[in-house]
Design a protein around this ligand. Structure first.
Ligand code: BG6
Length: 306
């Protein structure tokens, strides 16, 4: 795609829809799609096909985005919903980025739609055998973002090569919370997890609360997770399919300082609940086959009795 094709003006003329889909030059340095539906709003960057903002009608923003986020540095953006693919975590090959290479690549717009039921944006990225080691296969990635009462994402992988491919992946969702110290997660009680900080397999039977750095891969967790955001008196629900594992991450004070792009107190305002296929549950996909990783996010007021 040439530079004219990627401009906000060309995209608005080709894919814009009055009242629901508009393309703009972001003050963060790249082109974004702005979606609106009945007072719900979402912003999606073409860089990384990354949802940057989701503000349900009448709510505070429900995704956290680094105040330092830029779309024009070639580096992955912290916050929103980064796409990790085709590996999760550190690369098996030296010098390659953690969480794969597609979150630092500009995707193409292929389709938009809007009606009474919601608004949809589809983005695509061709993956070539010449892409970075240890990846050397042809594949096609499609991300569909649907904004209605809920925000839904579907990441489809098509194996265009002539051999099976193995994909680690995640929709690395940075939920916005009022205060991590007043946040509680339910839905993972009694499920064993890999503690990435110690390497131990642990199980916690109580709802999850946060008092320190937390980095857990629940490798066999295919159900929904509920986040009680008490400071904002709301409940965030993360539903999913095609995902065998859930990752829970908060860097807390010291790691946030090391990361350098969390902003002051950023760790207090976010919690990652990641819809993933990580580690041993990476997806094996035969030639010509497709795999769909989906998540749906919703927000509801917290009942006074909770
Ligand atoms: C999480 C991992 O998914 O992503 C953490 O479990 C990692 O270990 C975090 O630190 C952030 O990764 P990155 O590459 O975006 O800094």
């Amino acid at each position: 795609m040439g530079s004219e094709a990627a401009s906000a003006g060309w995209l608005s003329r080709s894919f814009g829809r009055a009242g629901c889909v508009h393309f703009a030059d972001s003050e963060r340095g790249g082109v974004v799609a702005e979606l609106t539906h009945r007072g719900h709003r979402a912003t999606v960057a073409l860089f990384g096909a990354q949802v940057l903002d989701w503000t349900p009608a009448g709510q505070a923003p429900a995704l956290w985005l680094s105040p330092l986020a830029r779309l024009d540095t070639g580096k992955a953006v912290r916050g929103g919903i980064p796409i990790c693919w085709p590996w999760f975590g550190p690369s098996a090959a030296a010098g390659q980025p953690a969480h794969g290479f597609v979150r630092a690549r500009t995707w193409s717009v292929t389709q938009t739609a809007g009606d009474d039921q919601g608004v949809t944006l589809t983005l695509a990225a061709p993956i070539l055998p010449s892409d970075p080691e240890p990846w050397s296969h042809a594949a096609h990635l499609t991300l569909t973002v649907h904004l209605a009462d809920r925000l839904s994402l579907a990441l489809e992988t098509f194996n265009a090569s002539d051999c099976p491919i193995i994909i680690g992946e995640a929709l690395h969702t940075y939920l916005a919370v009022g205060d991590i110290a007043e946040t509680r997660v339910t839905g993972l009680e009694g499920t064993p997890y890999l503690d990435q900080l110690t390497g131990a397999i642990e199980t916690e039977n109580a709802p999850l609360r946060f008092k320190a750095e937390t980095d857990r891969i629940y490798r066999h967790a295919d159900g929904a997770v509920t986040v009680e955001d008490r400071r904002n008196s709301r409940i965030l629900e993360v539903e999913k399919s095609g995902s065998a594992s859930t990752v829970i991450w908060n860097p807390w004070v010291e790691k946030a300082a090391r990361l350098g792009d969390m902003g002051p107190d950023g760790y207090r305002r976010m919690l990652c609940v990641e819809t993933a296929n990580a580690g041993e549950v990476a997806v094996s996909l035969p030639p010509g086959a497709r795999h769909m990783l989906k998540t749906a996010l919703s927000v509801a007021p917290m009942a006074a009795t909770v």
